[in-house]
Design a protein around this ligand. Structure first.
Ligand code: HEC
Length: 133
């Protein structure tokens, strides 16, 4: 092989490799828009009214410290609306899901000014609360 041919052969090989890379990237699916995680959602949608600990001052709503398994309407020092007096259950994932969908349907007269129609958003927040438990 002459020197010139050798250089050309290397050049061709290089172009081929470049082409292969370009083709591969063209075939890669676009990354799907990632939905915000539960922690972020909680911060954006719940934290103005709820803390998740017992040390910060109570906000508009009761602390959600260890909320999964906690009896409804029993956080010390929080004045719940009247309907909570009749609430005789502990919070689980299904009840939290119903509550976040429509608080007033679950507990008549509830004063929580929040509703979340998107099941995946409710699920992400509930999964986050479960993690904290
Ligand atoms: C605008 C303020 C506000 C926002 C936003 C809000 N809440 Fe509430 N939440 C309240 C209030 C007020 C109550 C008490 C309701 C009552 O007494 O009727 C409450 C009660 C609750 C309870 C019942 C607690 C218990 O001790 O039984 C849960 C659970 C809860 N909220 C979860 C959430 C979650 C999760 C979010 C976010 C996805 C959220 N809330 C967003 C104000 C809010």
């Amino acid at each position: 092989m002459t020197r010139l041919r050798a250089i050309r052969a290397i050049g061709l090989g290089f172009c081929g490799a470049l082409l292969a890379v370009q083709t591969a990237s063209a075939q890669m699916p676009l990354p799907a828009a990632k939905p915000p995680d539960g922690a972020t959602l909680f911060k954006q949608q719940c934290a103005t009214c709820h803390t998740t600990n017992l040390s910060d001052p109570i906000r508009q709503g009761p602390s959600l410290f260890k909320i999964i398994g906690r009896p409804a309407g029993k956080m010390d020092g929080f004045h719940y609306s009247a309907g909570f007096a009749k609430a005789d259950f502990a919070w689980d994932e299904a009840r939290l899901d119903a509550w976040l969908t429509n608080p007033q349907q679950m507990i008549p007269g509830a004063v929580m000014a929040y509703r979340q129609a998107r099941p995946e958003t409710r699920a992400a927040v509930i999964a986050y609360l479960k993690e904290l438990n």
